[in-house]
Design a protein around this ligand. Structure first.
Ligand SMILES: C[S@@+](CC[C@H](N)C(=O)[O-])C[C@H]1O[C@@H](n2cnc3c(N)ncnc32)[C@H](O)[C@@H]1O
Length: 317
């Protein structure tokens, strides 16, 4: 039994799309527990290598322990380098670790099951914990800080844009009223406050917990998830060898839209080229690949996953 309980999503589809081969060089920009990375590493032996990044030091530890459960003929201890960093710095880390160009790069965005399931990390509204939500626990800005300091308009805009929550203004108003009396410090505190704002009719119709969208918005804001993804994607393309492949799994429409538009701009899809840039990608997935019913049944958290894949087509950066 693996101590870090995260099932890699769309694993067979990722391998089929990337086609890792012996001797190649790969980047896993979101290592997590190393589920995808282990499968890649096995296919890269002998002589292949993988650079794995994660903002969360627990993920680095878990992936290291997981790789060590395999014999050296399956995963050689010299075949991987793991670094705790945000993927927005991936060029710097690839250079520092003496990787030049990659044959394949994977982003499996968002949070892992252990992050969601550890109440102290503050990602979950169903369990009580501090309002933390940092992917990198050494960074200095938590969800509690955000709720304590952002003004009502910024809160409302964030909850609306990143949570796609229609009642964002009422939720922001309630947050501000409440913090004037007493700080909002725990996940259940916030979840209850949001649930009070949403009308019974809405709650009865909704398939999701009323606080789902607000929690998603805060997590995205605390970790600047969208900005960092936008910064990382062009770096990833520049680090791909011609013919190398870039695979991105996203879990909500905001991330997926960024990936889709980026792929389109870099491939000239529909005349949609980035103005003066040479085209660097060919899209391999006209429509995103989604999990089969069996995978969703075995792993309900995979249900919103969308995989997009593109291939590097020219040598210039
Ligand atoms: C869905 S999990 C990846 C799971 C992994 N593919 C596996 O098979 O175990 C996403 C991981 O990406 C990390 N992550 C998310 N955004 C990141 C960023 N901007 N920089 C570095 N790591 C990030 C999270 O800490 C988390 O461990």
């Amino acid at each position: 039994m693996r101590p870090y309980n995260h099932k890699p999503v769309l694993l067979a589809e990722v391998l089929a799309a990337l086609q890792p081969a012996p001797g190649q060089s790969y980047l896993d920009a979101t290592l997590g527990g190393g589920g995808h990375a282990a499968a890649l590493l096995k296919a890269l032996q002998p002589n292949g290598k993988l650079l794995g990044l994660d903002a969360d030091p627990n993920a680095i530890q878990a992936a290291t322990a997981y790789f060590q459960t395999f014999g050296p003929e399956e995963i050689s201890p010299n075949s991987y380098t793991l670094c705790q960093t945000n993927f927005q710095h991936l060029t710097k880390w690839a250079k520092a670790q003496e990787f030049e160009l990659f044959d394949g790069i994977l982003f499996d965005l968002g949070v892992s099951s252990p992050q969601l399931d550890t109440p102290e990390r503050g990602f979950a509204f169903r369990t009580d914990g501090p309002l933390d939500m940092r992917l990198d626990p050494t960074s200095d800005f938590t969800a509690a800080d955000l709720l304590a300091t952002w003004d009502e308009k910024k809160l409302a805009d964030t909850i609306y844009l990143y949570g796609e929550e229609r009642k964002s203004r009422q939720i922001a108003r309630r947050i501000v009223e409440r913090r004037q009396r007493q700080p909002i410090e725990t996940t259940t505190d916030l979840a209850n406050l949001v649930a009070q704002v949403l009308p019974q009719s809405f709650k009865a119709r909704a398939k999701i917990h009323p606080a789902t969208r607000t929690f998603q918005a805060l997590r995205i804001a605390v970790n600047q998830e969208l900005e960092r993804l936008e910064r990382a994607l062009p770096q990833a393309v520049a680090l791909l060898r011609p013919g190398g492949k870039l695979a991105v799994i996203s879990f909500h429409s905001l991330e997926d839209r960024i990936v889709k538009l980026f792929f389109r701009a870099e491939s000239g899809y529909g005349g949609n080229e980035a103005s003066d840039q040479p085209l660097r990608l060919r899209i391999l997935t006209k429509k995103p690949i989604q999990p089969q019913a069996e995978e969703i049944q075995a792993n309900p958290r995979s249900r919103s996953a969308k995989l997009r894949v593109a291939e590097r087509i020219c040598a210039e950066n």
